[in-house]
Design a binder for this molecule. Structure first.
Ligand code: TEU
Length: 539
């Protein structure tokens, strides 16, 4: 499949659309909104896990990879979704959580029952290391009747699988083949760069352990094997890479390696972490962002790798609240973020509600949170001596629940998401940020996204073209060109509220898209206003 010209849209199933009034989004809800997605310009939908699960981590803790949790629907519902999507030329991508299973999975239960075969499916040890779980606390849990510890890089209900065991790899291939048979067109692989653990487990004396298990020695070999043996080299595949590096991402995504179509990396979403710590707030370091974009883009281009382009997902706060200004420059800053990110070299992956400029949840009370990580970290921050108020403030900026609130369909009760009480509450910070109102407003963020997507699809330079960054003296001004044959597109964005004057020769260019009316350009000087962004074509 050609994935370079595609637009991918992530659906967090719990919060997208509820069809049966139980307050939880479901498969039939997605089917009912396919026309909306088609109209937006979406080609592929990545749906977060809906398999049987105790839902300790909202489905990223799978207890049965072959069946659908009744909360989200039935196999018949899913087949209907696949065929209705196909009628609209939309492909479905599934989220494969293969680094770990739920501790409720049959394999883990049998391991606890001392069945040797299944004990070898997981990582047990007599001696735990000092590694830290991504959700707080230690990464090993003691099991009394085995008198051993098992490794869980995430919650203690998510036990890491032992990929060094060929039986495990065969089991995982069977799962892929099963869903492929049903008509799925692609896969997103959860934290796939964590699957190859070291041969010897040792304490990390300088960090939390991640350097020992991220981008491990055998990840490439295991990925190649999985892709080849299941025949999905030509499917759209995205690997989520946790704490990765650029050279690994090149290897995972370069076409000739036949591993993945593209990769998610998170470096650009850590530019507001103080000392790389998610729970320490800091203003975004815009210079760092600029350096990261150009380094990653230029290296991926040179080495023939491919990026997934994104600002938002179900693990991140909303980009417009985080990097833009959702009070005074809501529409303008949301549109700037779209122009800057989605015209670079790579495949855009939008996250539900981003196209509406949906904002953070702005929760003020711990009882409003649902996410296991947020709830754990609240306690950790308190234990570190922080006040309740400070801890809640940090959560309100950093919690994953900021991005997990319900999709805003209209201004009726529960925002048109559900007839029942939603599993997570949400009062939109902006009254008109919903599909119905935005569809009627020519200047809305939603209509802008539609325009931008259509435009991207119409330009070879934006799909296949080369990218080049143009130096500016301002950290907040991002300028790049995209070129293919004779076609050239120029993209200029002001990432902040700082107004800048830039010397630039635009006489051979015409403006085709912008988040403002007209442009201020006189005598070779372009004045870029707060969050102004524009797209120009060489005539
Ligand atoms: O995320 C992996 C991941 O690295 C993040 O969860 C990150 O560690 C977290 O946001 C800490 O700040 C994937 C899924 O996207 C996430 O929803 C799951 O919880 C996680 O894997 C475990 O499966």
């Amino acid at each position: 499949m050609n994935f370079k010209d595609k637009i991918i849209y992530e659906i967090y199933i719990k919060s997208f659309k509820d069809s049966d009034g139980n307050g939880v989004g479901d498969i039939r809800g997605i089917t009912s909104k396919l026309d909306y997605l088609k109209d937006l310009g979406v080609d592929l939908i990545w749906i977060t896990p809906f398999f049987c699960s105790p839902l300790k981590d909202n489905g990223y803790d799978i207890s049965d990879y072959y069946s659908i949790d009744p909360l989200f629907g039935t196999m018949a519902d899913f087949k209907e979704l696949v065929s209705e999507a196909e009628k609209r030329s939309i492909g479905i991508m599934l989220d494969m959580v293969f680094n770990h299973t739920s501790t409720e999975h049959e394999w883990f239960k049998r391991a606890l029952n001392k069945e040797e075969k299944y004990m070898n499916y997981y990582i047990f040890s007599d001696k735990p290391t000092n590694w830290v779980s991504k959700f707080g606390g230690g990464a090993w849990k003691y099991v009394e009747n085995l008198d051993r510890y098992y490794l869980h890089l995430f919650d203690e209900t998510q036990a890491d699988l032992n990929w060094d065991n060929p039986d495990v790899r065969e089991e995982l291939k069977k799962i892929i083949r099963f869903w492929k048979e049903i008509g799925v067109k692609g896969f997103r692989f959860d934290v796939i760069n964590l699957i190859s653990k070291p041969e010897v487990f040792e304490d990390d004396l300088i960090g939390d352990g991640r350097r020992f298990y991220s981008d491990g020695k055998k990840v490439n070999a295991y990925l190649k094997e999985l892709i080849e043996d299941t025949g999905i080299a030509d499917y759209c595949t995205i690997g989520e890479m946790s704490s990765t590096d650029l050279s690994s991402c090149v290897e995972y995504s370069k076409a000739e390696n036949r591993e993945l179509s593209m990769v998610f990396n998170f470096h650009h979403l850590k530019i507001d972490y103080q000392d790389k710590d998610k729970w320490k707030l800091m203003k975004p370091d815009v210079k760092e962002l600029k350096d990261l974009f150009s380094t990653w883009q230029m290296t991926m281009q040179k080495e023939n790798g491919w990026n997934a382009l994104f600002w938002c997902n179900h693990d991140q706060p909303r980009a417009v609240s985080r990097f833009g200004n959702d009070r005074y420059f809501w529409k303008r800053s949301a549109k700037m973020l779209a122009i800057l990110q989605y015209l670079m070299r790579g495949t855009p992956v939008l996250y539900q509600g981003e196209e509406l400029g949906q904002t953070n949840a702005y929760f003020s009370d711990l009882s409003q949170y649902r996410d296991v990580e947020s709830i754990n970290y609240y306690q950790i921050l308190i234990d570190q001596g922080m006040s309740q108020q400070e801890s809640l403030h940090i959560l309100s900026e950093r919690s994953r629940d900021n991005g997990r609130t319900q999709m805003l369909w209209d201004d009726s009760s529960n925002n048109g998401f559900s007839d029942g009480k939603p599993w997570i509450e949400y009062v939109p910070a902006i009254r008109k940020a919903n599909v119905k109102d935005e569809e009627m407003d020519d200047d809305s963020i939603l209509n802008f996204y539609k325009k931008l997507i259509r435009y991207r699809k119409s330009r070879n330079s934006l799909i296949y073209g080369s990218i080049d960054f143009i130096e500016t003296i301002y950290d907040n001004i991002f300028v790049y060109t995209r070129k293919f044959d004779q076609e050239e597109t120029l993209v200029i964005s002001n990432f902040t509220e700082k107004i800048a004057e830039m010397e630039i020769d635009l006489k051979d260019y015409k403006i085709v898209l912008s988040n403002m009316d007209g442009m201020e350009y006189k005598n070779g000087i372009l004045t870029l206003r707060e969050y102004e962004a524009m797209v120009l074509e060489r005539i």
